[in-house]
Design a protein around this ligand. Sequence first.
Ligand code: SF4
Ligand code: SF4
Length: 484
Amino acid sequence: MNAAPSERLTSRVAQSSASSDRPLDLLAVPGLRSLLLRRRWMQGPLLFISIVLVVHGFAGPQLAPKNLATLVGWVHSRGLLVVGLLVMGNAFCMACPFMLPRDLARRLHAPKLAWPRALRGKHVGIALFVGVLFVYEWLDLWASPSGTAWLLVGYFALVVLVDALFKGAPFCKSVCPIGQFNFAASALSPFEVVARDSDVCASCSGHECLRGSESSRGCETNLFLPEKAGNMDCTFCLDCARACPHENVGIVARLPGAELSEDRSAAGVGRRSARPDLALLATVFTFGALLNAFGMVSPVYVVQQQIASWMGTTSEGAVLLVLFASLLVVEPVLLLGVTAAISRRAMPRREPVVAVAARFSHGLVPLGFGVWLAHYGFHLLTGLWTFVPVTQKAVADAFGVALLGAPQWDRGGLTTRAVQPIEMGMLLLGAIGSLGVLWAIAKRQAPERPRAAFAPWGVLTVLLLAAAVWLMAQPMEMRGTFLQ
Ligand code: SF4
Ligand code: SF4
């Protein structure tokens, strides 16, 4: 029987109080609290950098390694984004440069419409995420400064359009492809925005963290702090912390990945098992990681040629469509379907194969995150300092004087050899995380025969790990960082 909301809250309060042993809280660190609560100092510089990227993308040299749009846009920002998720949480959304123009647009035009119910899940964001991956490969965006600049302009335009028309934060919650990536990956982050003391929430009548206060808006993605569970849909914007009159919101250390095995009802999100769109996001996140890495290694060209000759076409778009459909639809459907069909035999209640696959798909997210980390970390570390000479040259071109000194073109990064052990470590950590989460799900789904329910998923994890290790061991294209 479902408990009444107040009973649910009280029970969570009790659980939370009982288990509270004061873990590290970033908002309790002296000095850090005021720094984190004033996020304009992060958004402002990122907005400035975005504008510089757009201008340089259009007006600078159309050679990827010498243009800030392609270099910083595809090498540094993606690498820093995953590192931020690994060490803290949804740091990119916290400092999101799109929020300043969005908030300005809302002052000029207050949104009045409700976001359509049919679009409220993650489907639009997932479709855009896949669309960006596709266009990135199809139009070689990594090699196209002006194409990258257009993408950035389009992004700004879409944010402003959606959020100037619709109330709440539909762009962040349902549309933004970067946001959906961050929501999926932040399940592995070591910190979470939580209500510090559940007793305080239990006696709070204003619920300003959700409704807002005179000084700050409340949570625009509809997460009520006492009933929030996990990082899904949390942009780390800290509006809740600014609004809470009791200073009862913290960014608290927790066990990364644990939320992936849970199935409790969370504020603004609901239960994972009732959200097929979240299972789809987990699947696209994991298999998209392998697909994106596959696009960087030389065997992809052999596969593309074979597809082209089989189809009798020279159209790169058509070939890529087949490749994407194979690796992002056929492969996961087959692998998850077969694995779920074997696994469900151990379960006391024979659920449909699709439901079992959906439940366990969340367990593959740590491995997927390991692949994204290994891939984007590789580009970040091997091209770490390449932005220095490109910035020096851009400033010299803009002002006619080498204000930052002569470009130091010998600035690079770590060698491939030095980075490879780090990549392998990330993959291994991801696989271990996946095995842990899948085991926890198996214990919940098949309490009497957890080993039998877990075994096929363990095998699948090892197979995917082997594929990822093979991919990372291939020579990778140094996209955007060095002249070929
Ligand atoms: S406003 Fe603060 S005290 Fe009230 S419910 Fe939200 S987090 Fe808890
Ligand atoms: S709970 Fe809501 S308001 Fe608080 S940081 Fe997360 S998204 Fe922002």
